[in-house]
Design a binder for this molecule. Structure first.
Ligand code: LAC
Ligand code: ZN
Length: 349
């Protein structure tokens, strides 16, 4: 789909590491996120309408194509993110955006935050204000992740020594001209450097070099391979809490699961923190890894799945992310549309 529309100057902005294998119906059913949510939203924002087969065999649709349409409940947005539990999506009307003419990326090594006001959240705000509409991604990678990624992708040229043991932020810009983006990236990095907010930056010379930085962020399969069986996390929480959160989780894991490795990374621009912790070989180890992170979450102000969905694995924790009234309303919808529970049984509830 991306290739097809790009040939005509358009872009389908949902972009995931699994771009070569995932399907757009699945993207819609799970409301997939990815790395450009900060600019383009989740899949939800790109779905104008859909056709779906419901549990009783009836077909809802045809897909709405109007940008504005308030004629009753949006069945489209009800089905998007329903994880296959309310219907089988068979057609989609997607919203495209013009393909940006140029992209550029830069990688920043953050200085250890002397006060919370000088940490990741602050740098993120600066990205939002100073890069404005050009900002299309802001991805954080903690030191273990970055070191693992560099080892896994030797084709990416090695990073400057200043990145060792530093939280890294990968920032992407989109615009009309590459030279203008490169200048913007450089002056932004200079300013942060002068203010002592970053200690090092990689400012790629070409669009191609910039693209190669994303190989570091996309080395998830290699990192997973080294820590199987691992527990994956997809937390939604305020970026202002990230650094303390990760520090406390690491302290606890060092005490309770000293044999595991924990990779922290995520879509910081969207308040979506990922972690992969492993190997966790027994149910007790899995539970301990979960508690090390989930016990720090504030009920109903954070969530255990920001983009991956509840599925089976996060079911037990749904009550910490949604209120009893929310869950009852969701169950009522499920009962109304699928009274016999034949669609993707066992998920969400
Ligand atoms: C990612 C997957 C884990 O962000 O959601 O790479
Ligand atoms: Zn993700």
């Amino acid at each position: 789909l991306q290739k097809l529309v790009e040939a005509e100057g358009w872009m389908f902005p949902i972009d995931l590491g699994s771009r070569g294998s995932c399907q757009v119906g699945g993207n819609a059913a799970t409301n997939a996120g990815g790395c450009r949510v900060i600019k383009y939203g989740n899949t939800r924002a790109s779905v104008l309408g859909l056709e779906a087969v419901l549990a009783d065999g009836s077909v809802i649709g045809p897909p709405n194509k109007l940008v504005k349409n308030n004629s009753g409940y949006s069945l489209t947005q009800l089905l998007v993110g329903s994880e296959g539990t309310l219907g089988v999506i068979t057609r989609l009307a997607l919203k495209l955006v013009p393909l940006p003419a140029a992209r550029h990326s830069l990688l920043l090594a953050l200085a250890p935050a002397t006060t919370p006001e000088r940490g990741l959240d602050h740098v993120l705000r600066r990205c939002k204000f100073e890069l404005g509409g050009a900002l299309s991604a802001a991805e954080a990678m903690w030191p273990d992740f970055l070191a693992g990624a560099v080892a896994a992708r030797p084709q990416v040229r090695s990073l400057p020594a200043g990145f060792a043991n530093r939280l890294a932020l990968l920032v992407e810009l989109e615009g009309d001209r590459h030279e203008a983006l490169a200048r913007m990236a450089e002056s932004f990095a200079e300013k942060l450097f002068e203010e002592g907010l970053i200690e090092e930056a990689v400012l790629p010379a070409s669009e191609r070099d910039a693209q190669s930085l994303w190989q570091l962020r996309e080395c998830i399969p290699e990192l997973q391979a080294g820590i199987r069986p691992y527990v994956g996390f997809d937390l939604g929480l305020d970026p202002a809490q990230y650094e303390a959160f990760v520090r406390r989780a690491r302290e606890r894991l060092a005490r309770t699961l000293p044999q595991v490795r924990a990779y922290f990374f995520g879509h910081v621009g969207d308040g979506n923190l990922h972690a992969m912790i492993g190997p966790c070989r027994t149910p007790e180890e899995v539970r301990e890894a979960e508690l090390a992170l989930y016990e720090q979450l504030t009920p109903l102000a954070t969530c255990v799945t920001a983009e991956h969905g509840v599925g089976r694995k996060k079911k037990a924790y749904l009550g910490s992310s949604r209120s009893p009234a929310d869950i009852e309303a969701m169950k009522a919808i499920k009962r109304a549309l699928d009274p016999q529970g034949i669609l993707n049984p066992g998920r969400i509830f």
